[in-house]
Design a protein around this ligand. Structure first.
Ligand code: MG
Length: 406
């Protein structure tokens, strides 16, 4: 043992490199801009020296070119590294620019991290969930959404979904998107009446939620909650923006409706106050935004500690769906995974021909794939046949001309 006053040069410590494997080194990491259905996605293709290919997806739809540039930055120092050092690679990407974190960077990290898990699963010949502790459930339950144009259609859609086996239905009110003007005072009473009619029609055995797309102020959100008799809603998704946890704390004290928040979180640090202060009752993390499997598993564990179930965000493509299915398979505290393919809605992300192999929805559940990796194949020729011209999300305004969230 050295004396306390002595220092030991790090170079002097013998380090075994025997666990490294040149064949597993990353050869290329390529951002791939793809039109998948109605939106563009930023996929990431990762190839290793021994010819394995992994795919990832970033969740920052609409600003995918910014993520693409971040992936290029990361590729510059990741190529040549051992693809199996997934946790270390996460740390190096997150912290390498000194100015750590932020949604653009973690969307890029997410895609790379998912691709690394895909490759490792293929290398070991196991599905990704085996890398996460193994399966905890047979299938992955989903919730479906309805964007019915009026109350009659909302009720028709809901009955159709229940008949097809869904036990959780979320409405995304269509009066959000009638033109570019959004007026809470016009919209909210109409939605509240729709929800009361839906609850009366379906009883309490079906879980009913609504996504308000963080368009409201605290006062507007509280007002909306007060329009609903207790028990009408089982979850209220994103009534306000999530940058200010203390604002959520104020709203939390004004209503007893459970909240579902988290699709925009880009780290465990953003999720932490929502769990520690009881500000969300469902964790809506998006594995393609929060930092891939590496970060999502940490947030899942932290959610379990607070008896909060995951209800992951999943409105994009088959790579995100597959990654989330593996996450859900390996997580004990899980409720429903968002699906956007159902008898009443299909955003067209799954039937583009780009993904000849992908996770399958059977009735209201996703089947957990047992093939090595994610269980997704990508047809790169099919990507080149699509036109990834930029798609800008709607820019909504209030009746007075000011900006509000889409
Ligand atoms: Mg949402």
């Amino acid at each position: 043992m050295p004396e306390m006053s002595e220092t030991v040069a790090l170079e002097a410590v013998p380090v075994s490199k025997g666990w490294e494997d040149k064949a597993a080194r990353i050869t290329t990491i390529t951002p791939v801009l793809a039109r998948v259905g109605k939106r563009n996605q930023l996929l990431v293709k990762l190839v290793t020296e021994d010819g394995l290919t992994g795919w990832g997806e970033s969740g920052l739809s609409g600003r995918e070119r910014a993520v693409s540039a971040a992936v290029d930055h990361f590729a510059a120092f990741l190529e040549g590294q051992d693809s199996r050092k997934i946790g270390r690679i996460w740390q190096e990407c997150y912290r390498s620019q000194y100015f750590e974190g932020g949604r653009v960077l973690t969307a890029a990290i997410s895609a790379i991290d998912i691709a690394l898990h895909d490759v490792l699963g293929k290398r070991l010949g196991v599905p990704v969930y085996q890398l996460l502790g193994g399966r905890q459930r047979d299938v992955i339950p989903t919730f479906a959404s309805t964007m019915g144009q009026d109350r009659q259609e909302l009720l028709e859609h809901t009955h159709k979904l229940i008949h097809a086996g869904w036990d959780c239905v979320r409405i995304y009110p269509s009066n959000f998107d009638r033109g570019e003007v959004y007026s809470p005072r016009t919209s909210l009473p109409e939605i509240a009446d729709d929800l009361k009619a839906m609850r009366e029609a379906i009883g309490h055995t079906v879980t009913l939620g609504i996504d308000l797309h963080h368009r409201l102020s605290v006062a507007e959100a509280a007002s909306f909650c007060n329009m609903l008799p207790s028990g009408t809603l089982d979850f209220l998704e994103e009534p306000i923006r999530s940058e200010a946890p203390d604002a959520y704390a104020v709203l939390r004290g004004m209503t007893d409706i459970p909240f579902a928040v988290g699709e925009e979180f880009s780290s465990k640090w953003q999720a932490a106050p929502f769990l520690e202060k009881g500000l969300t009752q469902f964790m809506r993390l998006d594995i393609c935004n929060i930092g891939g499997f590496t970060e999502a598993m940490k947030v899942a564990g932290w959610s379990e500690r607070f008896y909060v179930d995951l209800m992951p965000h999943n409105p994009l493509g088959p790579v995100c769906t597959a990654a989330t299915v593996h996450l859900a398979a390996a997580t004990p505290n899980f409720s429903w995974l968002e699906t956007r393919q159902s008898p009443v809605e299909n955003l067209g992300f799954h039937d583009t021909g780009i993904f000849p192999e992908q996770v399958q929805l059977e009735g209201p559940v996703y089947v957990v794939p047992d093939s090595p990796g994610l269980g997704v194949e990508v047809d790169e020729d099919a990507i080149t046949k699509q036109d990834p011209t930029h798609v800008e999300a709607p820019h909504l305004r209030r009746p007075d001309g000011s900006v509000t969230n889409w």
